[in-house]
Structure formats: C-alpha cells, structure tokens
Write a protein that binds this ligand. Structure first.
Ligand code: OGA
Ligand code: NI
Length: 395
C-alpha cells in the first residue's frame, strides 16, 4: 500500500470520538452493512498481520505448537506426560491438550450458548455494555474504547467465576441457559486447570500443589470473544500481540482459526483441533519460574469469510498475592524479577494496555540485584509452606 493511501486512512481525533460514541460492537457494525472497515480500525503497518504471517506461510507453516495427550496424566504414563508438558512450557509456553477429561457435551453447549449470546439483538447485549475495565461483568468491544487509539475487531463478554455466588447473578440472564451452562463449563475448566497446575509443579520438581496454590485456585475469569468476519482482514487485528497477565490461560476455540503465537521471531498459527484446549502460561508463571517457563506473546487475526468464537479462561493469583521467583527454582542464580503484588501488576498491565510484554519486562532486575534472600528448604512440608507463606500472601 502506497503512503498517500496510508494518509487517507488516518482518522482525526474528533471523528474517532464520534465513531466511538455510536459504536455498539463490531458485530453490530457489520450488520449495519459496511463493506470496508472504518478508518478507526486500520492498524499501523507494523501491527498488521500480513508481514509476519507471510514469513510463517513461506515456511509452509510446518511448525506447530505441541499437542499433548492427557489420557495418561493420572495413570502409568504420568511421568512422561509431565515431562512433555515441561518441555512444551520451556520451549513454547503454549500447547494444546486432547483427552483432557472435559466432556464434549459441556464443550459444545458452552460454544453454543456463547454463539447465542453474541447473536442476541444488539440492544440486549448493550444492557451489559461498559467501557470500564474494572467492572467485573460486562460486554465490551475492542479492548477499551477510551484507551484504544486504533480499535480492534473483537466483541467480548467478561464473566468472573470465583466465588461463583459473587458473580453469577451478574452474568447475562439471556440466553436463558447461559448461567447454567457457563457454571458447568467453569467447573470443568477449573478441574482441568488444577490438574495442569499440578503437572506444571511436578515438571519443575516442586511439590504438586505449589503452583496451584498460587495461580490456580484464586481468580477465574471467563471471557468469550467474538471476531466477526472482516472485509479487510489485512488492515486490522482481532486482538493485538500481548501476553496474558495472570498464571495460566485455557482457551477453547471453534474451527475457524486465527490465533497466532510468537515463537523464535515468527508468528505461528495455532491449528484448531476439535474439542481440544489451547493452554498458555501467563506472566506470573514466568515470574514464579524465574523465566524458565515463558509467558509468550500471541494475537488473534481475523478473516474475510467467517466469524470466529473463542472462549478464554484466565486463572490468576489473588489480588493481594506477592509474586516473586520461587527460591527453589533459582538454582543459585539471582532472581530475574523483583517481587510485586499481583493486584498492582494487573493495574499497571491494564494501564499500559496490551502493550506486548512491557508489564513483565518492567519487573526485570539487573543480574546483581536480589530482592530477598532465598531460603534453603528441605522436605516437602516446608517447601509447601514456603509457597503459601512467601509467595501468596500480602505483606
Ligand atoms: C485472550 C486471547 C486469543 C483468541 O483472550 O487473551 O489471547 O484466540 N485470545 O481469542
Ligand atoms: Ni491472550
């Protein structure tokens, strides 16, 4: 695209504000009959999907994130599965799981009810609309209309799940089965997250409960995303490159595809597998493991043919949890990250928008600094106590 055309795409501030005020989500925008994306969605050249995806395509897209069969996780093959998970976490920070134990019927009902939610009349969804990123339950579009200078091709719903009694009455009342189906799904995903956290801890040589205690059992936030088909998918993005802020994310996606993972300098497409989950590690796990396990950047592209639905579930520490590298994992090395309160981290993360990995990078220490003495601990009881006492409690 030539630079003169580029200039035409620039959207003035006043024009943008009017556009944002009238916006009721990308799906509603498409239903209004547009044939070209509004300028508000045109990303700068270096944030458009084509450049790096083309590099990946030139490679024949042969590289794929690992697919891990969990059938043996609780059986004879446990050690091997745990080892495979550990390798995937070190190399990729991303993998898919099959034979994960979540019933297919639960998966299908969840996808169906999310589809029905996004298919509701715009005005009904707008009753839940808020641009306040601190509001727990809300329907939203782009990331945040007040914060985004260029918008993104995505509508979403945010539903915290824990404790259920604090939030379930705030979840959408329509479709009529939404609450029941989502409750069932969130329980199944919580059980899967627990098994995965145990496996992660074991793969690091930690006591099984260790990571679960910090990242797995506190906040659980479900976020269904809807990415409408887009007339100009090369000019915009569904969700910009980012790493997730919490501990571990479990994503269910339909068959359309669009999720890409940044690995060794290129974007790799995650091939949708029926009824599988995509698992990715998030920033707190990178900090806790002192960088051994990675919280990897990813993004969602859109396409001209089909709308896409994905359902993210974020597992993250309590807001008052103190997060720092786990002493046993330092192996004599200084910690790479300074300690922070997860609630403060999250606030900074949202303030900086999904600014690639800047939030986690801002906690990086220079080689010589140490935040606190690492403890020498023997035996599992003490080790476990350390996980709880030193990492997961406010000062
Ligand atoms: C997210 C996310 C990817 C997708 O919700 O954080 O990265 O494919 N989603 O929707
Ligand atoms: Ni993400």
């Amino acid at each position: 695209m030539g630079s003169s055309e580029e200039e035409e795409l620039t959207f003035g501030e006043a024009e943008m504000n009017v556009f944002k005020q009238n916006l009721k989500g990308v799906k509603a925008l498409m239903e209004s009959g547009i044939t070209r994306i509004p300028n508000a969605y045109v990303k700068p050249l270096d944030e458009r999907p084509t450049k790096l995806s083309a590099a990946a395509a030139a490679d024949g897209n042969k590289i794929e994130i690992p697919v891990i069969d969990l059938a043996d996780l609780d059986g004879d093959g446990q050690d091997q599965v745990v080892k495979t998970i550990g390798e995937a976490c070190e190399k990729w920070g991303f993998f898919q799981v099959i034979n994960h134990g979540v019933p297919t019927s639960v998966i299908h009902s969840m996808m169906q009810v999310c589809q029905e939610f996004f298919d509701l009349p715009t005005e009904e969804k707008m009753e839940l609309y808020s641009d306040d990123t601190l509001k727990p339950v809300r329907f939203g579009t782009s990331y945040s209309l007040s914060k985004d200078t260029v918008l993104e091709w995505r509508d979403y719903l945010r539903c915290p799940c824990r404790p259920l009694s604090d939030f379930i009455h705030l979840w959408p009342a329509k479709p009529s089965t939404f609450r029941e189906v989502t409750m069932e799904y969130s329980k199944e995903i919580a059980a899967l997250a627990k098994r995965l956290c145990y496996a992660l801890s074991e793969s690091l040589g930690l006591e099984s409960e260790c990571l679960y205690e910090v990242i797995g059992k506190h906040q659980q936030i479900l976020m269904p995303n809807h990415y409408p088909a887009c007339p100009n998918p090369d000019l915009t993005i569904g969700l910009s490159a980012h790493s997730d802020a919490g501990g571990i994310t479990i994503l269910l996606q339909d068959h359309v595809g669009g999720l890409e993972v940044f690995n060794e300098g290129q974007w790799i497409a995650v091939k949708p597998l029926p009824d599988a989950f995509v698992v990715n590690l998030a920033d707190q796990t990178q900090i806790l493991t002192n960088g051994k396990y990675k919280s990897v950047e990813h993004r969602a592209t859109v396409n001209a043919q089909r709308a896409r639905i994905s359902i993210s579930t974020f597992f993250q520490p309590a807001a008052d949890a103190k997060i720092a590298p786990i002493p046993e994992l330092l192996g004599g090395q200084p910690p790479m990250y300074r300690e922070s309160l997860f609630g403060v981290y999250l606030r900074d993360f949202f303030t900086n928008r999904l600014n690639r990995k800047s939030a986690v990078d801002s906690l990086k220490l220079s080689g010589k600094t140490k935040t606190r003495k690492s403890h020498t601990v023997q035996g599992f009881k003490k080790k476990l106590r350390k996980c709880r006492n030193c990492i997961n409690r406010a000062p």
